[in-house]
Design a protein around this ligand. Sequence first.
Ligand code: ATP
Length: 237
Amino acid sequence: MLELDAITMRFGGLTALHAMSLSVAEGETLGLVGPNGAGKTTLFNVISGVYAPSGGTIRFGGQDVGALPQWKRARVGIGRTFQIPQPMRELTVRENLRVAQRFGAGKEDPAALDEILDLLGLAHKQHADAATSLALTEQKALEVGKALAVRPRLLMLDEVLGGLEMATKRTFARTLETVRARFGLTMVIIEHDIETIKALCPRVVVLNFGQLIADGTPEAVFNDPQVIRSYTGDTPA
Ligand SMILES: Nc1ncnc2c1ncn2[C@@H]1O[C@H](COP(=O)(O)OP(=O)(O)OP(=O)(O)O)[C@@H](O)[C@H]1O
C-alpha cells in the first residue's frame, strides 16, 4: 500500500532521513520506534506532504503521491495525527471533527461522526469546547478522531499514547485496535513504550539518525544488539 524508495530529507546541513526505503502492506500495523531525533516525525511529515523530501519517491496505492499537496494526500487516504494535539480553538469537539471531515473527505457525513465519537468515548463531550474542556486522554482521542474523520486507509499515529498513565494507555491501545478493525485500517504507530508496541504491532521498524536499522517482529527487533546500542549506547550482555 505504501512504498517509500530512497527518501532523503535535509534541513540545511542536517540530514534527518538518509535514503530510507520501506514498504507497508495493506492491513499491517507497523510500529515506528527509535531514539529522540531519529527522524520518525519527519518521516510522517514527508509521507503526509508537510515537507517535500530532498530525494526519493513515495507511492501510495500504486500512485506516486510525491507531488500532491497535503489535502490531496488526505483525499487519497493518508491520515495522520500530530504529536502535539491541535484542536481548532473556539470550536466544539464535534465541530473539530466536522471541519476535518470537510477538509479531508470533501463532504459531510454526520452519521460517520456519531460513530467516531462513540468509538473514541467522546460522545458525551461532543458539544464541549475542544481547546479548554478536555482531559489529556480526550485530547488524544480527538486527535485520532480528526484523522479518522478524513476516512483514511492509512492512519499514522504520532505518539498518541505518549504521556498517558499505563492503565489509560492499555485502554487507549484497545480502542485503537477496535478502530483499526472497524475501518479496516493500515496503521503506522510512533510510540516509545515497548510494551505498547508489542501489544499493537506485529512488525516494528527502528530508525536511528535517519536510517532504518531494524525491521522485524518486536521480539527480534528489541533483542537486536544494534537496536539496543542505539537506545543505550551499551553492548548487550
Ligand atoms: N523543520 C525542521 N527544521 C530543522 N530541523 C528539523 C525540522 N524537523 C525536524 N528536524 C530535525 O530532524 C531530526 C529528526 O527529528 P524528528 O522530529 O523527525 O525526530 P523524532 O524521531 O520524531 O524524535 P522524537 O522521538 O523526539 O519526537 C532532528 O535532529 C530534528 O531536530
